[in-house]
Design a protein around this ligand. Structure first.
Ligand code: SAM
Length: 351
């Protein structure tokens, strides 16, 4: 089962196929049958090797340009149930129409600075928990998308598995993680079924902005708990009902309070969200056998109810961002604003 060995340093399991009518310099079968990427590489095929990572980056770029198709283990795309499946349809349509905007880890994306800032914001709440992990912790990033958090886990030296159902996102993640380098593997998996991973394998599971998009979020919580070691760290963020308010508009505290009763949003074929309150989030964790350390309100400013107080053109300026993060922490602890969080971040441990 070498192809499913995943996180060993022997390399990244990945197959590629040529696309009809597209030429590549690679010796790919004309009939489009899949090739294990490591058979195309003469050196050490490990994601700690710079040259191999540069090659993987080129493959990612070629996939982004539509020249070839990359397939990720277990090499069978997961079938998602509706309504959660609508989120992937919506993402595919957005990626097709706005490819630069979708690839938010690329500097060409108009959302690059915003998404990086929001990652910093989450991390600003998580520092003390992350310090409890061993230096080469084995971590799983569920619904990892194009690699925003996996990139950070690799930067910290963690052995990182990214699981994501969207193959196009995985193809972009390959480039972003290869640029970072380190022990990583990519898996085309939905959060509901992480079956290639044995029980109690990981020191940490992250699921940032993911579980609220599942048809049955409880299955995602249960799978995350299953693959975590006892005492292992679970970090996740989910949308709060504030997400149901029209974006880009100023809302009163009364409107925000009224929105707290909204439980879900359904836009057929495009989007489906289950909104979480802190109570619902705590209960979802506890039902899965996760003991909650903290539930933290976040995103009051960017993408949140106080978005109009942010000068997005100044994101990327470290001093400005530090100021915003300071204000976020004050709001999260304030009696008046705490419940107006746009998202809830939970930190829990497997019992
Ligand atoms: C808002 S993005 C967040 C991506 C990444 N975690 C981050 O914070 O940048 C939501 C991600 O959840 C993924 N997703 C949607 N349904 C999923 C499911 N059933 N299982 C796992 N991931 C899912 C999407 O494909 C998308 O990559």
């Amino acid at each position: 089962m070498a192809l499913l060995s995943g996180l060993d340093d022997a390399g990244l399991a990945l197959r590629l196929r040529g696309r009809p009518g597209k030429r590549t310099a690679l010796p790919l079968p004309a009939d489009g049958s899949p090739v294990d990427v490591r058979t195309l590489w003469s050196g050490a095929a490990t994601t700690r090797e710079r040259a191999y990572c540069a090659f993987l980056g080129d493959l990612s770029a070629a996939a982004k340009a539509g020249q070839l198709t990359l397939d990720f283990p277990p090499f069978v795309a997961p079938v998602l149930e509706e309504p959660g499946a609508w989120n992937l349809t919506g993402d595919a349509a957005f990626a097709e129409e706005y490819p630069d905007a979708w690839d938010t880890l690329s500097e060409a994306s108009p959302n690059y600075a915003l998404k990086r800032f929001e990652r910093r914001l989450y991390l600003s709440h998580l520092g003390s928990w992350l310090e409890t992990l061993p230096s080469s912790a084995d971590v799983l990033d569920v619904g990892g998308g194009i690699g925003r958090f996996s990139q950070e886990w690799l930067r910290r030296g963690y052995r990182t598995s990214l699981a994501e159902p969207n193959g196009a996102a995985l193809a972009l993640a390959l480039g972003h993680l290869a640029r970072q380098g380190g022990a990583f593997s990519l898996w085309q998996l939905a959060a509901e079924t992480l079956s290639p991973f044995v029980d109690e394998r990981f020191h940490m599971v992250s699921a940032m902005e993911v579980l609220c998009y599942l048809s049955k979020p409880e299955r995602g919580f249960a799978e995350a708990a299953r693959v975590l070691r006892r005492g292992g760290l679970f970090i996740a963020s989910v949308e709060s009902p504030v997400g149901s308010l029209e974006p880009g508009v100023k809302h009163s505290l009364e409107a925000i309070a009224t929105a707290q009763t909204v439980t879900e949003k359904a836009l057929e074929g495009d989007l489906w969200v289950r909104y979480f309150t802190p109570d619902r989030l705590r209960s979802a964790c506890e039902s899965a056998g996760l003991a909650v350390d903290a539930i933290i309100g976040t995103h009051y400013l960017t993408d949140g109810p106080l978005h109009h107080a942010v000068d997005v053109d100044r994101l990327g300026d470290a001093d400005y961002e530090d100021g915003l993060i300071g204000v976020e922490h004050v709001l999260a602890g304030s009696a008046r604003w705490a419940s107006a969080a746009r998202a809830w971040l939970v930190v829990a441990r497997k019992r």
